[in-house]
Design a protein around this ligand. Structure first.
Ligand SMILES: Nc1ncnc2c1ncn2[C@@H]1O[C@H](COP(=O)(O)OP(=O)(O)O)[C@@H](O)[C@H]1O
Ligand SMILES: C=C(OP(=O)(O)O)C(=O)O
Ligand SMILES: [Mn+2]
Length: 533
């Protein structure tokens, strides 16, 4: 028997029962137990995975994200400003204390789940995280998403970071506290804690810790990246795929020909690329066995679906977006057959792919970037926010999201760009901009064509292809690639009237130029690598 856990050191009192590091067996029993109602209740589906509903919040809520501004954070965090708005809004220690009291009150006098996990595959840089939650499926979600320590590693587990999930509590007095709504997703770097109030979306727990890794690692010279990663069957030829939510990181890195390192959050240190997580979080809207066979097969017992439509018999309708377009599944990474084992890491990346879902239909499906373009397009982070991943976004919305993950950056974008470029130079990596969004047909580029493009990048055939240069952007693009419809490679060919592309390209170029102005210090030289009007 393990030592009795004491939660009073967190202020939590009157706990009636603690379920500490439950097994999958126990999680299943707890989340489907008779008597559960509302958003606590898990429903068993025909695929064996349990589905839960998360209420009003079915995506992240960046407007409700705050970080305590105190001596630890005031000079390091990339705070939001008039010139460069971001989601790192300051919170006072006084407001934090009140929010913590609210969460403690919510979590006191009841049965709780305490789950101890790692964030980061490498022993020397990982965070030991303790999640304290009152909802069984939330314990399941974090067990899926983070790295599960061994029995021995759990023995003397002293957390570096603690998360309270009090999703059932509301911040009624939020205006006085300077918050945006009754919901709060708040961080304190001095206490090394995250507190969640009034949102049940699983992604807040996962992406919350990602923001923290994005803080701790670059300060040590290690790249922290919003990317998926895989490597070849020998574990040598590593590729990373940056992209904002919904642009294809999970879909494209899950490749039966390669070994998956991870689908969303990675570091890059002297030894190579390593995963922060122990699981994947895939979008399942319109999921088909044909297009995404490995993700389909990963949806089985121990996977956890969110906000999917399930009928009384447990039958799933993946096409239904009546609750949200951001339907999801989390599963432990070993639900994918081809993965790097036992630790999710591989040597330095040779190929760096920027996934951009261009809603304007201007970007080529693939562009070969030179060094300056690599920096420029990484810092610009042009893409679209896809429906559902953030509250209030209901259709593809063009955005410039620095480093393809501005919502998760806690340090200035240039910090991430500098570290990435240093790592890329050291490994001799080449970079590509891949449009997984729209073109002149008005339709999204097919997964089949994008996969063909990715294959050509990874097997090197793109390096041998004949190329041409696209005007305005000076993108170098191949004129033919095996397995890819050649008519899509020059985006102008996808328009009935190519003049329409010219018009849209000019408009988009203007947006790039305007956006890049905020990178004041870089604005003379590097701006030349961007589009020109
Ligand atoms: N050309 C394409 N490339 C990648 N994904 C595509 C493409 N066209 C449509 N999709 C869909 O877009 C979504 C990509 O989501 P996902 O891979 O989970 O993104 P991320 O991991 O970056 O958040 C999936 O639902 C996938 O089916
Ligand atoms: C989980 C999220 O995104 P991603 O698909 O990038 O993991 C998110 O943005 O909440
Ligand atoms: Mn993903």
């Amino acid at each position: 028997m393990e030592k009795k856990m004491d939660l009073t050191k967190y202020g939590i009192t009157g706990t009636t029962e603690i379920v500490h590091n439950p097994s999958y067996e126990q999680l299943f029993a707890e989340e489907t137990a008779a008597g559960l109602t509302g958003f606590d209740k898990g429903v068993v589906t025909e695929m064996g995975a349990v589905n839960v509903m998360t209420g009003i919040y079915t995506g992240r809520s960046p407007k409700d994200k705050f970080i305590v501004k105190d001596d630890t954070s005031k000079d390091t965090i990339w705070w939001t400003s008039e010139e460069f708005k971001n989601d790192n809004k300051p919170l006072t220690t006084e407001a934090w204390n009140e929010l913590k009291e609210l969460a403690v009150k919510e979590l006191s006098n009841k049965k709780l789940y305490v789950v101890d996990l790692f964030c980061g595959a490498n022993e020397n840089t990982r965070l030991k995280i303790r999640f304290i939650v009152e909802v069984a499926w939330q314990a399941h979600f974090v067990t899926n998403m983070f790295i599960r320590p061994t029995k021995e590693e759990l023995e003397n587990f002293e957390p570096d970071f603690v998360v309270f999930n009090a999703s059932k509590a509301k911040v009624t007095d939020y205006k006085r506290l300077g918050l945006n709504s009754e919901t709060a997703v708040v961080f304190n770097l001095t206490e090394r804690m995250q507190i969640i109030l009034n949102t049940w979306y699983g992604g807040e727990m996962k992406k919350g810790l990602f923001s923290m890794m994005n803080y701790y690692l670059p300060l040590k010279g290690i790249a922290a990246m919003h990317c998926s990663a895989n490597t070849d069957m020998e574990g040598k030829n590593t590729a990373i795929f940056f992209g904002l939510s919904g642009t294809g990181k999970t879909t494209l890195s899950t490749d039966p020909k390669r070994l998956l390192i991870g689908d969303d959050e990675h570091g890059w240190d002297d030894e190579g690329v390593f995963n922060f997580e122990g699981g994947c979080y895939a979008k399942v809207i319109n999921l088909s066995k044909e297009n995404e066979p490995d993700i389909w097969a990963a949806i089985k017992r121990d996977a956890l679906l969110e906000n999917v439509t399930v009928d009384a018999e447990g039958k799933i309708d993946f096409a239904d977006k009546s609750v949200t377009e951001n339907t999801r599944v989390s599963y432990p990474i070993y639900h994918i057959k081809n993965i790097v084992r036992p630790i999710s890491k591989a040597p330095a990346a040779k190929r760096v792919i920027f996934l951009s879902a261009d809603a304007f239909g201007v970007l080529p499906p693939v562009s070969i970037l030179d060094k300056e373009q690599t920096k420029y397009y990484f810092l610009s982070g042009f893409t679209a926010k896809l429906a559902g991943t953030e509250r209030g976004i209901t259709e593809p919305t063009p955005t410039f999201s620095s480093c393809f993950g501005a919502a998760f950056l806690t340090l200035p974008p240039t910090t991430y760009a500098d570290v990435l470029v240093k790592r890329m130079n050291a490994s001799g990596a080449s970079a590509y901009l891949v449009n997984t969004g729209w073109n002149g047909t008005g339709k999204r580029i097919s997964i089949k064509d994008t996969r063909g493009i990715i294959d050509a990048i990874l097997d090197g055939s793109i390096d041998k292809a004949e190329t041409k240069t696209i005007p305005v952007f000076s993108f170098k693009v191949p004129t033919a690639l095996p397995g890819v419809d050649p008519k899509i490679l020059d985006p102008r060919d996808t328009y009935a009237d190519p003049a329409e592309w010219d018009k849209r390209a000019a408009d988009l170029a203007g947006r790039f130029i305007k956006n890049f102005k905020k990178f004041e210090a870089l604005n003379g030289e590097l701006a030349k690598a961007g589009p020109q009007l």
